[in-house]
Design a protein around this ligand. Structure first.
Ligand code: NAD
Length: 246
């Protein structure tokens, strides 16, 4: 039996399957992974400047512009064959699948899995940097080109709705992710370097609770040691092979 056949058999009989996805899941949709996004034009900035509250406060226009480019990339992207295979599998087997993503794009949702658990927020859902200091609710009445929109009354700024370095993950999302990892028969980890915590710890949680762990990634990741099967390929190639019927 090949590894692909063995994983297909596991997924066909599992009562609960948890899928943890990272930036590599969306790479074939044209959205750069974290490392790619930090290269090229933006290589002179470090992640702490682009993806932290301190960095945003230090230079809101620069951070806003970087996210504006990434938001456009997300709007222009389409789900790939991997996103579609996951959503189709979930629809064929009601009650079996939980998708937990570190991605801030909406490609799992657009592929047909709106209940995806988002650990790191939503890049398309801006929110206010501060609670409204007057308690009345801020309103965008003031937007300079190239600057984040601001509240004309108090100066509060809009910020991207993602979880930045140093920020807490949404409690309901991490609770749901840990529950799904603990309760699953198979954890499928797709396209993550395993370098960002606490998401990276979910593989160990699942393995210790008795699940089979499958990693799909063309390259080595920091959590390969937790895997029962390592499928060295891309999300769009491998997921249809292990999930599709027939
Ligand atoms: P990462 O960039 O650290 O790692 C990406 C991983 O994907 C690597 O291990 C790489 O080998 C693998 N990969 C590359 N192409 C692949 C493919 N076609 N199929 C399968 N795997 C592939 O990303 P990460 O582990 O998700 O962590 C970085 C953080 O950056 C995340 O927390 C996430 O929130 C954020 N991020 C999100 C997006 C997005 O929403 N699409 C994009 C970039 C970064």
């Amino acid at each position: 039996m090949t590894d692909v056949e063995a994983v297909r058999a596991q997924l066909a009989q599992a009562r609960r399957v948890c899928v943890l996805t990272g930036a590599g899941m969306s790479a074939e949709s044209g959205i750069p992974t974290f490392r790619d996004a930090m290269s090229g034009l933006w290589s002179r900035f470090d992640p702490a400047q682009l993806a932290s509250e301190e960095g945003f406060r230090a230079d809101p226009a620069r951070v806003w512009a970087w996210y504006a480019e990434r938001k456009q990339g997300v709007r222009d992207a389409q789900p790939n064959a991997g996103h579609v295979a996951l959503a189709d599998y979930g629809r064929r087997r009601p009650g079996v699948l939980t998708i937990v993503t570190q991605n801030v794009d909406d490609l799992h949702q657009r592929a047909g899995w709106p209940q995806t658990v988002r650990l790191h927020g939503d890049i398309l859902a801006d929110r206010w940097l501060e609670a409204c200091p007057r308690g009345l609710g801020c309103a965008i009445t003031h937007a300079q080109p190239g600057e984040p929109p601001a509240c004309a009354d108090c100066g509060n700024l809009l910020r991207p709705g993602v979880v930045w370095f140093g920020e807490m993950l949404p409690e309901d999302a991490i609770d749901a992710a840990e529950r799904a990892a603990r309760d699953c028969d198979v954890l499928l980890v797709v396209g993550t370097s395993g370098a960002v915590w606490p998401a990276a710890g979910l593989a160990r949680v699942a393995r210790r609770a008795g699940a089979k762990v499958v990693i799909v990634n063309p390259q080595a990741s920091e959590i390969d040691g937790e895997a029962h099967w390592l499928l060295r390929g891309t999300a769009a190639e491998v997921l249809p092979r292990v999930l599709d019927e027939g």
